[in-house]
Design a protein around this ligand. Structure first.
Ligand SMILES: [Zn+2]
Length: 82
């Protein structure tokens, strides 16, 4: 027979998220996030970069890309998206 008791556990949760581009608080909306652990042969030798970008800044950013990051429907199925 098991007897249970209630315990309290501390947990780290995200409190605020600020856009890396415009510094606006964005935790209550959709935003882009990425974390990159750079390797030895990169210009950022072993640094870890993390970013959160609001949709407005993301739109400006991807417009500067030579190749769109938006996958076409056919490409999505090739990537194995469910
Ligand atoms: Zn922004």
């Amino acid at each position: 027979m098991r007897q249970y008791k209630t315990i309290q556990v501390s947990k780290r949760v995200i409190d605020r998220v600020r856009c890396n581009c415009c510094a606006r608080l964005i935790q209550d909306e959709e935003y882009f996030s990425a974390v990159k652990h750079w390797g030895y042969r990169s210009p950022y030798d072993t640094e870890v970069h993390a970013m959160d970008v609001c949709t407005d800044c993301y739109e400006k950013w991807i417009r500067s890309f030579a190749v769109s990051p938006v996958l076409e429907e056919e490409s999505q199925s090739e990537e194995g998206c469910i």
